[in-house]
Write a protein that binds this ligand. Structure first.
Ligand SMILES: [Zn+2]
Length: 151
């Protein structure tokens, strides 16, 4: 389900977005419920960097509290300005309305900090959820991560 079959290039090693702890091997679900072994925080997305863009990848079946979102946003700008944050939803087969609400909050926070916030990798079902809430216009949405990085 959620595994990386190919070894990742060094700069694409996934980190905890809050403490920077690396995930050399992502545990398979259901053990995936475990908190971050670095900071003990709730893991709902992983982070890596592509050039000057920070990519966050949503993990399946996670619903962060608003506090978890705020912790991630705070950590994103800990080292200064970031040109663009790409939030990749491609590991999700569906999305809860709670997570959609968190992403709305995140979009607002990231933009307020002067960065671009781009969603990508929506499956048709995930896309439908955004359409249902008439939120597609509130976000910058790109089809693939490649496009989101190049935009
Ligand atoms: Zn952590």
């Amino acid at each position: 389900m959620f595994e990386y079959a190919e070894p990742l290039p060094n700069d694409m090693v996934r980190h905890c977005p809050v403490c920077g702890n690396t995930f050399p091997h992502l545990p398979a679900s259901p053990n995936f419920d475990a908190p971050c072994s670095g900071c003990g925080g709730y893991l709902w997305c992983s982070q890596y960097r592509v050039g000057d863009v920070i990519v966050l990848e949503a993990m399946p079946d996670r619903t962060p509290a608003l506090w978890d979102v705020e912790q991630v946003v705070e950590s994103l700008f800990k080292h200064g300005a970031v040109r663009r944050i790409v939030f990749d939803l491609s590991h999700l087969t569906y999305i809860s309305s709670a997570l959609v609400a968190r992403l709305v909050a995140m979009n607002r926070r990231v933009r307020a900090a002067g960065s671009e916030f781009v969603l990508c990798g929506m499956s048709p079902i995930v896309r439908e959820a955004f359409d249902t809430f008439q939120l597609v216009k509130a976000f910058t949405v790109m089809e693939t991560q490649q496009e989101a990085l190049a935009k």
